[in-house]
Design a protein around this ligand. Structure first.
Ligand code: GLY
Ligand code: MN
Length: 464
């Protein structure tokens, strides 16, 4: 946990920016796996963590801006609870740790909210992403379950986004820890993988390291010989000589800041020439796009730069043809690069995505481009000092997509389908790092993670 001063300052800024009304922030509840007492590992809501810091279930925070009053609602343990949990700090002691003086039992929320409503104060809340909090809000405000998100406060959403988007020095320390633990996981996997092993053995290693450092994975690991399946969460395959392994995984720190790193390496100790050709295009896209990052530049432009580099590289291999600018404008590159270049990262791996992708990643000046591939870009807006984001280009050969586009003759001015057909068994390559935007440019967070062909082959033990 940060100091009480940090949380007090964050709430003070929120109050000043919002100006009036009452802010209601719901923490998360424990969530049952298969029966009530058998629970998933607890993950606190990130905005609650940001303003109230307490990482445990069944808490609610209220900030009454006009009264300048802050309250944490939660229940003290009974002796029956203590038999199971052991003694834990009181709600009052917990609240004091984050600079909140007032506490009340959970059931008093209704009364406090109704009093605020009677005084005609606006009650600001964020859109819920868990059904249990949606039910709570529906009951608090007597609004239909399905209508809850429509009543969320756009003012509060925008204010929270403005604040959380700019990472403070102490948050960057945490994010760097997340990346360095993620780095340790990636290096361990690169060192241990070999033909005959299963993907799940590699995933087990990542979980081991993340938990040893006090957190969990920051999202379900992608560890796959089928890298062309973008969010592939199956881990049952056995690695075979000649294949690539795409590993997209990261650690969450004990304070819940996320790392999100991708590396791709050969099951053999060295890449084949064909793998090197594709890998080096992705590497150039990643390195050149990172080099271009600075305050003021639109991330949408960086995404399109990645698309151009990929198109140029694939033209050199005879997989694409025609004018690069025209191909990218038409969207032909998306056969190989059908996702966005990156996203904000912080307490959430896709930071604040629960608050609305467009509100986080776009603004009045830069709107989402509605074209296959580029429409999945989560971040398009101009970058600001203090943003932390991912850069994660990839090239994939997706047999179903290739077949469909070929049968439709889609973008045949730019795509050499005969040649592309010979790559249908290639799978995919993605490379990803986490980057801080600084006042005059950028900084890749964490220590270097093997990335060039030479570095990856060295880690794979080519020299050993
Ligand atoms: N790490 C998975 C993603 O960015 O979607
Ligand atoms: Mn990512």
């Amino acid at each position: 946990m940060f100091s009480a001063e940090t949380y007090k300052k964050r709430r003070q800024i929120l109050k000043e920016k919002l100006g009036s009304g009452v802010v209601l922030l719901l923490g998360n509840e424990d969530s049952p796996m298969n029966y009530k007492a058998n629970i998933y590992h607890f993950r606190q809501d990130s905005s609650f963590l940001y303003y109230f810091g307490l990482d445990m279930p069944h808490l609610v925070g209220i900030i009454d801006i006009e009264k300048d009053e802050e309250i944490i609602f939660g229940n003290e343990l009974t002796i029956d609870d203590i038999v199971w949990t052991g003694p834990l700090p009181s709600i009052k002691d917990l609240a004091a740790q984050v600079g909140v003086e007032q506490t009340m039992p959970y059931k008093k929320i209704d009364k406090v909210l109704h009093a605020a409503q009677a005084e005609r104060k606006t009650i600001h809340f964020l859109p819920p992403y868990r059904a249990i909090n949606q039910v709570e809000l529906s009951k608090f405000f007597n609004i239909p379950f399905d209508a809850v998100s429509q009543h969320a406060s756009v003012n509060l959403i925008k204010t929270v986004i403005d604040q959380r988007a700019i990472k403070s020095a102490e948050e960057i320390v945490e994010m760097e820890k997340a990346v360095n633990t993620s780095r340790e996981m990636h290096i361990a996997v690169m060192q241990m993988a070999k033909a005959g092993m299963t993907e799940k053995e590699l995933v087990g290693k990542t979980i081991d390291i993340a938990m040893t450092h006090g957190g969990h994975l920051s999202y379900p690991a992608i560890m796959t010989i089928n890298g062309q399946i973008l969010h592939n969460h199956h881990h049952h395959h056995t690695l075979e000589s000649g294949q690539l392994v795409l590993g997209d995984f990261g650690a969450e720190t004990s304070m819940r800041y996320a790392g999100d790193i991708t590396r791709t390496f050969p099951v053999d100790k060295t890449f084949t020439d064909r793998q090197k050709d594709i890998y080096n295009i992705v590497l150039k896209a990643e390195v050149d796009c990172i080099a271009a990052l600075k305050p003021g530049i639109a991330y949408q432009q960086i995404h399109l730069q990645a698309a151009s580099i990929i198109t140029d590289g694939l033209k050199a291999l005879g997989l694409m043809k025609g004018n690069t600018e025209d191909a990218v404008e038409a969207g032909a590159h998306a056969l190989f690069f059908p996702h966005g270049l990156g996203h904000m990262i912080g307490l959430d791996v896709h930071d604040m995505e629960d608050l609305g992708e467009d509100l986080v990643g776009y603004d009045e000046q830069i709107k989402r481009i509605d074209q296959f591939g580029t429409k999945y870009l989560r971040l398009g807006r101009r970058l600001e000092e203090g943003f932390v984001l991912t850069v994660e280009p990839g090239i994939y050969f997706i047999p179903d997509l290739i077949d469909q586009w070929q049968s439709e003759g889609k973008y045949s001015d730019f795509l050499n389908f005969d040649k592309i057909a010979t790559y249908k068994d290639f799978s995919g390559v993605r490379i990803e790092d986490d980057i801080l935007i600084t006042n005059d440019g950028h900084r890749v967070l964490g220590d270097r993670i093997p990335k060039t062909i030479e570095e990856v082959e060295e880690e794979r033990g080519r020299l050993g």
